[in-house]
Design a protein around this ligand. Structure first.
Ligand code: IPM
Ligand code: MN
Length: 358
């Protein structure tokens, strides 16, 4: 089979980590007899530099014409002082929305090999950690009306509106329940229903939906309590489903609990099979170009692409197993380095994973 992949390397460490992922994908193609065709396009800071805009229409069109999108990271200090709609981050938001990618899957799991990197006490972490955060990605306060206005005597005022419709809640809820059925049959829906009207609607839609999934255990958590539970008893969670901004915050927290943000992939999906796959970490401008970045989250994102967009389960497992073998052999990039292990750079790590696929 032939697959067309739009590649957005982006800024900072983006190009380095995506290059390694592409090498691994080529190896998968060779091994399993698929052809992966890349179409490299600009988005983020590099697009601002080249075209004046963070998300050129050409990039959107190329992504829409692709079977799937692989993305490194966007943003950096160079573009930090631009106005909101000209910032590199706008590219990411624009792509998510243009491609209709409402469901963001962020697995936070602890790799046995990296258990020492977990900042929590052993008694707290127990058996380890394997949570899937399902974050709504194209609604809520991220995409609501925003603006500024002058008040009479309180100076200027800014506002960002958070809105959710029943349909938006239902479709993300459904993704969470379906995922739970493939995992440990437990959904925790996170909201702030003691304060927010959007959360009260969210909760009522979830309650209707859970009737369709009697075999899935369901509970409601408030977001503040969830933040606390993630560090006091993370083992209780299986699938967490939540709105856009809560999901943004909780997924960073959950990733830190695993101790290795440089290891965590993500998938953003819509109605069809086209998705956008990216590591959950950022562009790390401080280490860009130094052959120091960890390419594993991007490589694992590829694994998710193979699984969710192309239905290539065996290939996806091959990628995941290759990553695990390399870790088991003691190779580490700087971010996950510990005593007695072998320190390698970005390129070496990519090569090692590729070699496991021989
Ligand atoms: C993320 C990032 C983005 C978000 C930013 C870069 C716009 O933090 O993917 O979690 O807030 O969604
Ligand atoms: Mn984030």
């Amino acid at each position: 089979m032939k697959y067309n992949i739009a590649v957005v390397k982006g800024d900072g460490i983006g190009p380095e980590i995506v290059n390694e992922a592409m090498k691994v994908l080529d190896k998968i193609g060779e091994k399993f007899g698929h052809e992966f065709v890349y179409n490299e396009v600009l988005a983020g800071g590099c697009a601002i530099d080249a075209t004046g805009m963070p998300l050129p229409q050409e990039t959107v069109d190329a992504c829409l014409a692709s079977d799937s999108v692989l993305l490194g990271a966007v943003g950096g200090p160079k573009w930090d002082n631009l106005p909101g709609d000209k910032r590199p981050e706008k590219a990411l938001l624009g792509l998510r929305s243009a491609l209709g990618l409402f469901a963001n899957l962020r697995p936070a799991m602890m790799f046995g090999e990296l258990a020492d990197a977990c900042p929590l006490k052993k008694e707290v972490i127990g058996e380890g950690l394997d949570i899937l955060i399902v974050r709504e990605l194209i609604g809520g306060v991220y995409f609501g009306e925003r603006g500024r206005r002058q008040t009479e005597n309180m100076g200027e005022e800014a506002y960002d509106i958070m809105a959710y419709s029943e349909k938006e809640v239902e479709r993300i809820g459904r993704v969470a329940f379906e995922m739970a059925k493939k995992r440990n049959f437990k959904v925790t829906s996170v909201d702030k229903a003691n304060v927010l009207e959007t959360s009260r609607l969210w909760r009522s839609v979830m309650h209707k939906l859970k009737e369709e999934y009697p075999d899935v255990e369901y509970n409601d958590f408030l977001v503040d309590n969830t933040a606390m539970q993630l560090v006091s008893n993370p083992g209780q969670f299986d699938v967490i489903v939540t709105e856009n901004m809560f999901g943004d915050i909780l997924s960073d927290e959950a990733s830190m609990v695993t101790g290795s943000i440089g290891m965590l992939p993500s998938a953003s999906l819509g109605e069809g099979t086209r998705g956008l796959y990216e590591p959950i970490h950022g562009s790390a401008p401080d280490i860009a170009g130094k052959n120091m970045a960890n390419p594993l989250a991007t490589i694992l994102s590829l694994g998710m692409m193979l699984r969710y967009s192309f239905g290539l389960m065996e290939e996806a497992e091959a990628v995941e197993n290759a990553v695990k073998s390399v870790l088991a052999k003691g190779y580490r990039t700087a971010d996950i380095m510990s005593d007695g292990k072998t320190l390698v750079g970005t390129v070496e790590m990519g090569e090692l994973v590729k070699k496991e696929l021989n």
